[in-house]
Design a protein around this ligand. Structure first.
Ligand code: DP6
Length: 355
């Protein structure tokens, strides 16, 4: 009898915010980076992508994706690479076991929703591709580990490979030309440092000017500073950051986070023509964090910025009153924050998909 069943699986994936930034590709097709990076996974109760993947022999036409209720193009090379890799893994299982339904031959329907604005510059592509890959892996009942699946998510969007895990996650750049060693691994679960919190200051919810993909390509091609960043600055920051996490050393974690964000934005300014992601409000947030730390007499807060003006501030729960209190009047009064808001004043970390 023909198999007319609809097979379905769902998952959620978290957002991650890098504290040592990925910026630069050595292979654009395989999405291989010029440096390793490290991120912290944010709580899914506040920021997450929910994705359902289904397939059936009764589906007609091509694979499709509905993103926040709108049809979205899946013909791009990155989405195609993810579909191809996942199908190949499923096909291998089917070849080894004739009793398995031939899901790899059916069209896929993906439905994906973010619980935060997609265009807000809050790393939506990371959660999006991580959820897409995990949902299809669940649908296909693939035995692959999160690290193995990160190899596939990486081809969707580099930073997505880090969203397969919760907690503190490294993306090792790897050395192989085929990219088979360029994947994510868990540095420490969220439970290792449970007091860690993130505050997200939405400076602007509009879509960013220069996309990460194109910005980093321009930086690689034109910035002299960039060479120093990948050869010495990032390797040193990776070692210091892993050490800070291991020892739950917040001042060290904070200093490396802020220095690495500054170094990344310096290479953007050194790109020709220059790329500016931070605006005056972002810079005011930097000064506010400096003032908080100066007043506390120790480092209790750390800022970091991705390819956009929004600020993420890391702090520890015991300093919540100091950090949140210092931002409250700024958010209420400063002209620049008008268009801004705070996403869930304190974003706790959790264990992510794999936890
Ligand atoms: C500044 O992962 O969005 O957020 O691989 O081209 O999709 P593509 O780039 P993407 O770049 C993220 C850049 C960053 C730093 C980081 O997350 O490490």
């Amino acid at each position: 009898m023909a198999d007319t069943k609809v097979y379905r699986a769902s998952t959620t994936a978290p957002v991650n915010i890098a504290v040592v930034k990925y910026w630069g590709k050595r292979d654009a097709k395989l999405n291989l980076p010029t440096n390793s990076s490290l991120s912290v996974t944010l709580s899914q109760s506040d920021l997450r992508t929910l994705t359902t993947a289904s397939c059936s022999s009764t589906y007609t036409g091509d694979d499709s994706l509905l993103l926040n209720g709108e049809p979205s193009d899946v013909s791009g090379a990155r989405t195609q690479a993810c579909f191809r890799e996942l199908r190949a893994r499923r096909a291998a299982l089917e070849a080894a076991n004739a009793e398995l339904p031939k899901l790899s031959t059916f069209p896929l329907k993906i439905v994906s929703e973010n619980n935060f604005p997609t265009a807000a510059g809050l790393a939506s592509s990371a959660a999006g591709f991580a959820a897409l890959v995990q949902a299809i892996a669940n649908l296909y009942e693939l035995p692959d580990s999160p690290s193995e699946l990160s190899l596939i998510a990486r081809q969707g969007s580099g930073s997505a490979c880090r969203s397969l895990f919760g907690g503190y996650v490294a993306w090792r750049m790897g050395e192989k030309e085929d990219g088979s060693d360029s994947k994510a691994d868990l540095v420490a679960p969220a439970s290792h440092w449970p007091s860690m919190r993130a505050l997200i200051l939405v400076v602007s919810a509009s879509k960013k000017g220069v996309s990460s993909t194109s910005g980093m390509q321009q930086t690689v091609a034109t910035s002299g500073l960039f060479q120093q960043r990948i050869s010495t600055i990032v390797p040193a920051n990776m070692a210091l950051m892993e050490d800070a996490i291991k020892n739950r050393n917040f001042p060290q974690f904070a200093e490396v986070t802020m220095r690495d964000s500054n170094s990344f934005h310096a290479t953007c300014a050194d790109t020709y023509p220059p790329i500016f992601y931070m605006n005056d409000v972002s810079k005011a947030a930097i000064r506010a964090v400096e003032a908080i730390n100066a007043q506390a007499g120790k480092t209790v807060a750390a800022y970091t910025f991705d390819a956009g003006p929004n600020c993420v501030v890391y702090y520890q729960e015991e300093d919540a009153a100091t950090v949140l209190g210092a931002f409250a009047p700024l958010l209420a009064t400063a002209e620049g924050w008008k268009d801004g808001s705070v996403v869930n004043a304190s974003v706790k970390l959790d264990e992510g998909i794999a936890g």
